[in-house]
Design a protein around this ligand. Structure first.
Ligand SMILES: *Cc1c(COP(=O)(O)O)cnc(C)c1O
Length: 365
């Protein structure tokens, strides 16, 4: 029997193979490859999809994060509140600007915990970075109110939450900047690296457009020291194809997640529950299991691959040793790092494949 992989990007390609291939040829034959018609069209379509004022395409999700903090003028001496259980790129977006990440323990939905924000507030706090982890929106109403009350910037890491909503509103439209990654494994994936930001002020969008292209709006006129973080035409064109099907792709992920939640019944395993008001797009389906170190090889023997998102929390990463955290600094985050496990979930997953995963997890003792 074929092994079930945690993700199958080839399936996502085959679903719309003809459309992807036609678009790729169209772009290759156009003679224009970086920042052109496809990028502008994608930016407009993605902003409309989210209900954002504007979108600016960039080269990656990490670029979206660090350039966002740069343009919000958050740097040395400033603190940014960020949840402890996020992916390391969120934290790098802060530290690449010389700002200090201050970690907040997540709530029981893997999200930013609005109740714990005020415990970490200091006179240096300038911003909150929320990661809508695994496709589940954090509790944005309370978080946005907290930011407003204390005059903080609000940045959303939406690398895993394309199309996820909180109380009917799309993630990426709550704060000052929404940061997106279109890395191939994401829900809205390109065929290489790509990213974008969404903003609700055209003036801020203009700053991103200038910054991504060496700080110049007009060729040879460099206003600021920027970066090369341009989205290319091929990726933008392929993203437009995928975006046109994103509602169907999300509906398929929801069906898979609902079946897991209905049929997984092992008492050793806890299932993920989105926060009230949050509609998840199920980037990952993350269970928790105290016996994870036995469960992984058991599933492996049954031909099922899994992943851990993430085994080492950023505050304990080697690269952040200078921040001075040690084991025990963030007990909730560290417990998650020891117990979370991502089951296979991807577009094009068959019922037979999912049935095998459910059967094996339920048989584990
Ligand atoms: C993937 C991801 C990123 C980084 O995106 P890249 O495009 O790989 O740079 C940032 N934050 C989160 C939560 C992610 O999942």
């Amino acid at each position: 029997m074929e092994k079930i992989m945690p993700n199958r990007m080839d399936r996502g390609f085959r679903m719309y193979q003809r459309e992807f291939e036609e678009k790729a040829l169209e772009v290759l034959r156009s003679g224009w490859y970086v920042l052109g018609r496809e990028v502008s069209a994608f930016e407009e379509e993605f902003a409309a999809f989210l209900g954002a004022e504007a979108c600016v395409g960039l080269a990656s999700g990490l670029d979206a994060l660090w350039i966002a903090f740069r343009l919000l003028e958050i740097g040395p001496g400033d603190e940014v509140l960020v949840q402890g259980n996020t992916y390391i790129a969120s934290v790098m977006g802060i530290t690449m600007n010389g700002a200090t990440p201050v970690f907040v323990e997540p709530d029981s939905h893997f999200g930013m915990d609005p109740e714990r924000l005020k415990e970490k507030l200091t006179p240096r706090t300038r911003a909150v970075l929320v990661t809508h982890l695994y496709g589940m929106a954090s509790r944005m109403e309370e978080i946005a109110a907290f930011c407003k009350k204390h005059g903080l910037r609000l940045v959303e890491d939406c690398a895993q939450s394309h199309g996820a909503r909180f109380q009917g509103k799309m993630t990426g439209t709550f704060g000052d900047v929404g940061c997106f990654s279109f890395y191939p494994s994401k829900n809205l994936g390109a065929f290489g690296d790509a990213g974008a930001v969404t903003v609700h002020e055209e003036s801020l969008a203009a700053k991103f457009r200038i910054f991504r292209n060496y700080g110049s709006e007009k060729r040879y006129h460099n206003q600021v020291v920027g970066a090369n973080s341009r989205l290319d035409e091929l990726q933008a064109g392929l993203l437009r194809v995928r975006l046109s099907h994103l509602d169907d792709l999300t509906a398929e992920r929801r069906r898979i997640a609902e079946k897991y939640s209905r049929e997984l019944s092992n008492p050793l395993v806890s299932l993920p529950v989105p926060a009230p008001g949050a509609e998840s797009v199920w980037h990952q389906y993350v269970i928790r299991c105290e016996a994870r170190e036995r469960l992984i090889p058991f599933l492996e023997e049954n031909g099922i691959g899994t992943l851990i998102h993430y085994p080492i929390p950023p505050h304990l990463a080697e690269c952040y040793r200078a921040l001075g955290h040690r084991e025990g600094s963030l007990p909730v985050t560290e417990h998650l790092a020891r117990t979370v496990l991502s089951l296979p979930i991807y577009n094009g997953m068959t019922e037979e494949e999912q049935g095998r995963v459910i059967e094996a997890v339920n048989r584990f003792r």
